[in-house]
Structures are given as structure tokens and as C-alpha cells.
Design a protein. Structure first.
Length: 578
């Protein structure tokens, strides 16, 4: 289909011949499909590729947004097409109507697959086309066994002599890859429990798993969209064996229970590689285990889908296309700064420029970009790595974080010598980066001339589309939103408000995923003069307001009036002066 797809996208004006040539070369070099290559380069989105195929083959487009990629629950579809078959062939049953079975699939030209499904089901096939990410999400949602954790934990109560059991050598995958689709034999309840916890966590879009032992109980919590939720815990007697199993997978010392330990391992789940970072810390009642799940399949690398307002995206991309200068993105840990900067790099990436990144750790592996992980234990710090980079003829440099004076000075030197430098800082607001950098030793007159853009971001939870209900705030709140959001009073009647409820599809949280809100400030001449002369933060904020830029809360209110998130969510993560 690759040849057909390239011709279709050229004919429809979506791609140029040069872009097709570059994507085809990358596809061969990286052993990925042509469609994946096109999306990775940022030439077009998954949806554009899928809709182009839909139009060309006259096959209806299915997505969660248009309500088609939502399979019927009561028609026994999982018996017609099993989960294994659905995942292996990237196909999703949608509904049965008389003697017809509707399916969504990735490749509408796969006649063999269509005939196979026709024979399996004994029905005529009505095909729909869907994107890969939407298909995977639909399969996850439809086939996920939400009671898996409860079932495994209840079975574990019957396990033989749990206090004597740890993971044995024959249960350890020496390659460091644990296949969750192959549940371990019944003789090893602890391997089963670890598999069940990981599988359940991934299906619920969990970022962190917390397992800890208290005096009378065990706590198992999943962090979903930034909040912790209790889940069915293992038996108290099983906790030590579960932690030992995780330690073996992470190549940690299972006998060491007095000191903190850190490690990692990789799992294969549903045809994607997921890294799990492990932290074990001794506590009063026993060791506490925290697992960070880094699922690259869920990372959004499309700059159009991050949450930027149009003028903010334009300002950020204009700064990112400058030949030299400093760009700083600020925000707390876990606010999505790395995702944003990697999406920006992906959007400006070109073979004509040399891109290099220095990170701790490297979370997203980007094609065509040299990425280096810092190792302070052997002297490879941010500052040392950055000095080495300057001898590698770079055009664009990403520094994971500016933590000290030495790194700040190295970033400034790189910007002044003709390089574009992107980095992050831990400050509460975007303009707070200016006094912080000056405190780190940057001279105000050099910072004023080299700083191109400062931005800040936070993550807000997005309402579940299946259970959100309309909500009308009081007049005082409406006035507040209009004032703080700098909104036009004439548009007030078109505002849409919703509140969270909770349903099985969102696991009762009322939310499904997160998006970023931003404040983005391009350096104007007025702002440069303030940095050069007084470095006064209040004056900087006033100059930013006069430039018409939106702050975090104003950006957040725009997502509220579009029905994407709630008033309480914005009030909880922003302040009125941000």
C-alpha cells in the first residue's frame, strides 16, 4: 500500500515529491511503514493519512470523535474476533447488522484479511478505515479485562506457602523483556500478580504505580492523569515476593533492604516497547516500591495537539526557527516539558541542520537527532556535555535542564556563538526564568540580547467524552472567566461548560487524558530593555500583558469554555496572577 499511499498524498496535495522521497528513504532505513515515516517527519498527521485513504478508496473513516469507532458491547463481538486476532491484524469489530459485520481496519487493501474475517464470521464485511493509534486505543478499551487485577489477587490468596516464594531463575527473562501477553504458569502466583498489576496499569494509562506496606494493610495506587487512585492490593504476605520479582527484573540486589535502589526494565505489550523505571526505598513497615511507566506509544509528538493556542504555537515555532538564541520552557516536574520540546524539535527537524540533545534521561528517541544521556558519575554532566557539543558542529541543541551556574553559562555561550539552544527550568512562571538565570550568573546585557522566548506549561485533565454533563456556572464565575481570560463579552452565549461524572470507560475518574496549557512570551524590544536595565519582574509582566500574550489561566479558561476541562481543574493548578 505504500506506493499507493504516496501517490494518493501527492495527488491530494498533502505531500510534495521531495517529502515522499525522504519518507520512503527513512522507511527503509528504520524498517517502519511509509505512513509511520510521514507522521514521524511531521509532514502530516495520522488522521490526514487515514482520511486521504478513506477518500481515495471511498471507505468511511472511523474515529472515536465521529462516534463510529465505539464497538457495541452487547453483540458478542469479542467472540467473533478475538483479542489476539484483533491485535495481530489491527482490526476492530464495530457492530453486527443482520448478515453484515462492520469492522475498522488499518489497511483497506488487505483482501486476504477481509476474506479471512468473512469466513470466520460467516457474514458480509462492511469495512471502515481508522488510524493506528485510534485502533490500538479502541482495542485496549474494548478487550481490556477490568476485573483482571481483582481476579488475580483473589486467586493469590489460595497460593501455596506465599512467605517462602520468590521469583526463581527460570521465571526471569534474561533479555530483560517480559511478555505480558504470556501469563506465567499457575505455579508462580507472584509472577502472575506482577503481570496483572502492570497490564492493568498500562490499560488505565497509568504513569506511576505505588506499592507500600503499612501496619495493618497494603496500599496499591495508580497515578492516572496526575491523581492517585486506589486499586485492589495484593495480600500482605505477598508484598516482599512481588518486590523481589521486580528487583530481579531490574537487576537489583534482592538481599539489600536497608538502602534505596533504582533500576529499570523493559516490557513488550501490544507490539510496543514500554520502559519501566523502578525505585525501591526502605520505610518503617517495609520497602516502598514505585514504578514509573514510560509508554512511548502514548506520547503526543504532534505540536498541533499539545494544547497551544494558535498565536502561541506560531510564536514558539518562529523562535524555534531562529538561527541562534535561547528558548526556556518552565514548569514543575511531570508537567510535560520534555514532550513539548521534543515535539518542537520534531516539527523543525530537517536534514540540512545538525540536531543534538543532552538529557537525563533520554525519554523519547527521535529519528535523525543525536541524543546523549548525562552520566554525572563518570563526569558527563550537562555542562561538560554541552562543551563537547560545541565541537560537534551543532545547529540546534536541546539541554534537558539548567540546574547550575556552569550549565547556564555554557548555554549562554552556545547561544552567543551562533547556536539555537532549548532548555528547561524549574520556576513557577515563565518570566520567573529571567531573575533565575541572572542569579545563576548570566550577565543581564548578554541575556537580554540572546533570550528569544520563555514559556511555562501545566497539564490539565481532559473530560471524558462519554460521561461529561452540561454545567452552567453562576454569573460571578462567568464574569471572572471573562475578565481573567481576556474574552470578548459578545461571545458569552456561545460558551460551553461541562463537569466530570465518571463511567466505566474512564474508570470512574470523569477524565480521559491530559493536555497542556501554556504561557508563551516572545522577547519584545521593551522586554529586552527591562532585562538589560532593571530586571524588574513586575515591569516584565506588564510589558508581556501589553504585548497581548496569554498567561496560564487565560489559556486554561479557553479550554473550559470549549467544554474540554472543568472550572475546578483550572482553579486548582493556576493562580490569578500567572
Amino acid at each position: 500500500m505504500a506506493k499507493q499511499l504516496s501517490e494518493i498524498l501527492i495527488d491530494q496535495g498533502t505531500l510534495t515529491a521531495e517529502q515522499v522521497k525522504r519518507a520512503q528513504l527513512s522507511s527503509k532505513q528504520n524498517n517502519i511503514s511509509f505512513a509511520e515515516s510521514v507522521v514521524r517527519f511531521g509532514f502530516c498527521s495520522e488522521e490526514q493519512v487515514t482520511m486521504a485513504l478513506s477518500k481515495h478508496f471511498a471507505i468511511p473513516y472511523a474515529s472515536r470523535e465521529n462516534g463510529i469507532l465505539v464497538p457495541e458491547k452487547e453483540q458478542g463481538l469479542q467472540e467473533i474476533i478475538t483479542e489476539k486476532f484483533a491485535r495481530e491484524n489491527m482490526v476492530m469489530p464495530l457492530f453486527v447488522e443482520e448478515d453484515s459485520l462492520a469492522i475498522a481496519l488499518l489497511d483497506p487493501t488487505n483482501v486476504f484479511l477481509l476474506e479471512n474475517i468473512k469466513m470466520m464470521s460467516g457474514k458480509q464485511i462492511q469495512p471502515f478505515i481508522a488510524s493506528k493509534s485510534q485502533l490500538l486505543n479502541a482495542i485496549d478499551s474494548f478487550y481490556s479485562n477490568k476485573n483482571l487485577l481483582d481476579e488475580v489477587m483473589s486467586e493469590a490468596v489460595k497460593a501455596e506457602d506465599p512467605s517462602a516464594m520468590t521469583a526463581s531463575d527460570d521465571e526471569v527473562d534474561v533479555s530483560g523483556v517480559l511478555d505480558l501477553d504470556k501469563i506465567a504458569p499457575a505455579s508462580s502466583q507472584y509472577v502472575k500478580q506482577v503481570n496483572a498489576i502492570l497490564r492493568q496499569a498500562i490499560s488505565e494509562r497509568t504513569s506511576d504505580i505505588h506499592l507500600e506496606l503499612f501496619d495493618e494493610r497494603v496500599s496499591l495506587r495508580f497515578r492516572i492523569d496526575g491523581s492517585l487512585y486506589e486499586r485492589t492490593p495484593p495480600a500482605k504476605e505477598s508484598v516482599n515476593a512481588i518486590i523481589s520479582r521486580i528487583k530481579i527484573l531490574s537487576k537489583l540486589d534482592i538481599a539489600e533492604k536497608r538502602l534505596p535502589q533504582d533500576g529499570s526494565f523493559t516490557i513488550r505489550y501490544q507490539n510496543r516497547s514500554i520502559e519501566v523505571r523502578v525505585s525501591v526505598c526502605p520505610a518503617v513497615y517495609g520497602e516502598k516500591l514505585v514504578l514509573r511507566i514510560l509508554d512511548k506509544g502514548t506520547g503526543e509528538m504532534n505540536v498541533d495537539k499539545l494544547g497551544f493556542e494558535p498565536e502561541q504555537k506560531q510564536a514558539f515555532l518562529e523562535a524555534a526557527n531562529l538561527p541562534h538564541g535561547l528558548i526556556f520552557l518552565t514548569g514543575p516536574t511531570g508537567s510535560g516539558k520534555s514532550t513539548t520540546l521534543n515535539a518542537i524539535l520534531t516539527s523543525i527537524r530537517t536534514p540540512e541542520l545538525n540536531f543534538m540533545t543532552l538529557e537525563d534521561p533520554v525519554e523519547y528517541k527521535l529519528a535523525g537527532i543525536s541524543q546523549v544521556q548525562v552520566k554525572p558519575a563518570i563526569g558527563l554532566t550537562f555542562a561538560a556535555g554541552l562543551r563537547s557539543f560545541l565541537r560537534q558542529d551543532p545547529d540546534v541543541i536541546l539541554v534537558g535542564e539548567v540546574r547550575d551556574n556552569e550549565t547556564a553559562e555554557a548555554c549562554l555561550k552556545a547561544a552567543l556563538t551562533g547556536h539555537l539552544v532549548l532548555s528547561t527550568l524549574h520556576t513557577n512562571e515563565a518570566l520567573g526564568a529571567v531573575p533565575r538565570l541572572i542569579d545563576m550568573g548570566m550577565e543581564p546585557f548578554l541575556l537580554a540580547s540572546s533570550l528569544a522566548l520563555v514559556a511555562a506549561q501545566r497539564l490539565v485533565r481532559i473530560l471524558c467524552p462519554y460521561c461529561k454533563v452540561p454545567h452552567i456556572p453562576d454569573e460571578a464565575m462567568m464574569d471572572r472567566i471573562m475578565q481573567e481570560g481576556h474574552l470578548n463579552p459578545r461571545d458569552r452565549n456561545s460558551w460551553t461548560f461541562f463537569k466530570a461524572v465518571g463511567c466505566p470507560k474512564c474508570f470512574g475518574t470523569g477524565f480521559a487524558g491530559r493536555r497542556a496549557i501554556y504561557e508563551v512570551y516572545r522577547m519584545s524590544e521593551e522586554m529586552r530593555n527591562i532585562i538589560y536595565k532593571t530586571q524588574d519582574l513586575v515591569e516584565l509582566k506588564q510589558a508581556a500583558i501589553r504585548s497581548g500574550s496569554l498567561n496560564l489561566r487565560a489559556n486554561g479558561w479557553r479550554k473550559v469554555i470549549r467544554g474540554q476541562t472543568t472550572i475546578d481543574e483550572i482553579l486548582s493548578i493556576t493562580t490569578s496572577d500567572e
